[in-house]
Design a protein around this ligand. Structure first.
Ligand code: GDD
Ligand code: MN
Length: 425
């Protein structure tokens, strides 16, 4: 099997590549004359250059395609002399350029690129001194690239360059919007040296991407897509490592091809994927959820924050009761503590887009006012149940939980439509 196409939401079907059998018209890889002026991202605006148009009208497919391979690097000087010749060999039949986007590694990367260029490889260095980060480096590379096909791969030889030709061929199928070099599709493999912790980590992270993309390896850093598909993205957030997932979601790619690859251990040097990148991944998922599911994502986050607030409330209540505080006062203090807790988290998470809007003190005031009705309901329900019914007098916490449930519903409605209304960023 050369590759597999996955249709999001409609199950999976397998297709074999029929390179020669394709109709020739309207290839998505052909140079598009209509160009978006720029791609906006949180880290700035990336202007897209007009690619070089060939003068001779209708071209054969191979001439139409210019492949740009972006290789983000941080301290990969030792790997480049191995990698670049392999890319050149793999892309033998396509005009191509290789862009090494380096974040000021200072390890001889510039010399390595210069030497390779002199040896005849179509490679150039894009040096960034003002920014760091894998995803933003890849976007910078795409902004500088002239290709009709944009590809991205790691520098450390984890991604086999010879798969590039299979990936480009997969894109020749007009139905395919992005192609991923996949470790987990049938035929894909990883070096056997992974610890169980690394496997578990990879598995959990893959599962977390499920709501956005149903392919087997949504976190792959090895992918290629036609420029016309890339240009569909309006706003890109290059946070963290998963720029492939970002593009699948933001470019609305429903037809993703997966080409099986063998993912090797890096050749030289060290991985830069650490705790920081894992936290970034969670932030990234939150943003993707906001983008893809809008208000539903907010509601889900609001519920998670609310659930943590319930825990804070009950814990506080338990401590106060233990300190022999009267039920009505204890409920009041516990409810207030949870309200403040929820405010802080909702401001940071569920409604983070309004963080730069109204001043925090104003927001807190509105929040307390908006929760007031819910809080009073919660307090009144719990206290009256506890005082006036024998059952709840015995089960104070069940009364408290019932009160919280009633109050929460009122809270969400008021918060969404009254407190956190400004959406900035
Ligand atoms: N310019 C730039 N800036 N490049 C970077 C940076 C940075 O801040 N951080 C990492 N890179 C480059 C590395 O030099 C390498 O070429 C590539 O990005 C991948 O970095 P690694 O540090 O080797 O990542 P990894 O092997 O742990 O992760 C790879 O596999 C993951 C799946 O397991 C990457 O391909 C991930 O994208 C992928 O999700
Ligand atoms: Mn690596």
């Amino acid at each position: 099997m050369l590759y597999r196409v996955v249709e999001a939401g409609e199950g999976t079907f397998v297709q074999h590549c029929s390179w020669h059998g394709q109709a020739q018209q309207a290839s998505p890889l052909a140079v598009s004359r209509e160009r978006a002026a720029e791609v906006r991202s949180l880290d700035g605006v990336f202007p897209l250059e007009e690619p070089q148009m060939k003068a001779s009208g209708q071209l054969t497919r191979a001439e139409d395609v210019l492949v740009s391979v972006v290789v983000p690097t941080y301290r990969e000087a030792d790997n480049l002399p191995l990698l670049v010749p392999q890319i050149t060999a793999a892309l033998d039949s396509w005009p191509h350029e290789i862009l090494v986007v380096d974040d000021d590694s200072n390890d001889g990367t510039d010399l390595a690129v210069e030497t390779l260029r002199k040896q005849g490889h179509s490679v150039r260095l894009v040096l960034r001194t003002d920014q760091r980060g894998l995803s933003s480096a890849v976007l910078r590379g795409f902004a500088e690239a002239k290709g009709t096909v944009l590809a991205c791969m790691d520098a450390d030889l984890s991604h086999p360059p010879e798969a590039l030709s299979r990936m480009i061929k997969a894109l020749e199928n007009e139905r395919v919007e992005i192609v991923v070099g996949s470790r987990y599709v049938a035929g894909g493999t990883t070096d056997g040296k992974w610890s169980w912790l690394r496997k578990l980590n990879s598995k959990v992270a893959t599962l977390m991407a499920r709501p956005f993309c149903q392919i087997s390896d949504p976190l792959a850093g090895y992918f290629a897509l036609p420029r016309v598909v890339f240009e569909r993205a309006e706003v890109l957030n290059p946070v963290g490592y998963k720029i492939g997932l970002e593009l699948i979601v933001k470019c609305d790619c429903t037809r993703v091809a997966e080409v099986p690859i063998h993912f090797s251990e890096r050749c030289f040097g060290q991985s830069k994927l650490g705790l920081r990148q894992q936290i970034d991944y969670l932030r990234h998922l939150k943003r993707l959820a906001d983008f893809k599911f809008g208000g539903w994502s907010q509601l889900a986050q609001f519920c998670v924050v609310g659930a943590s607030g319930v825990a804070v409330d009950l814990l506080t209540y338990a401590l106060l009761l233990r300190a022999a505080i009267a039920i009505s006062l204890a409920r009041a203090i516990a409810i207030f503590t949870a309200m403040s807790w929820n405010f802080v988290l909702n401001r940071r998470v569920s409604f983070s887009a309004s963080r730069f809007g109204r001043p925090i003190v104003d927001q807190y005031f509105f929040w307390l006012a908006s929760c007031g009705l819910g809080a009073i309901t919660s307090w009144a329900a719990a206290v009256s149940l506890s005082f006036f019914t024998a059952f709840f007098a015995e089960h104070l916490f069940i009364a408290a939980i019932l009160g919280i449930a009633l109050g929460s519903l009122i809270n969400f409605i008021l918060a969404r439509y009254w407190v956190f209304t400004d959406e900035v960023g």
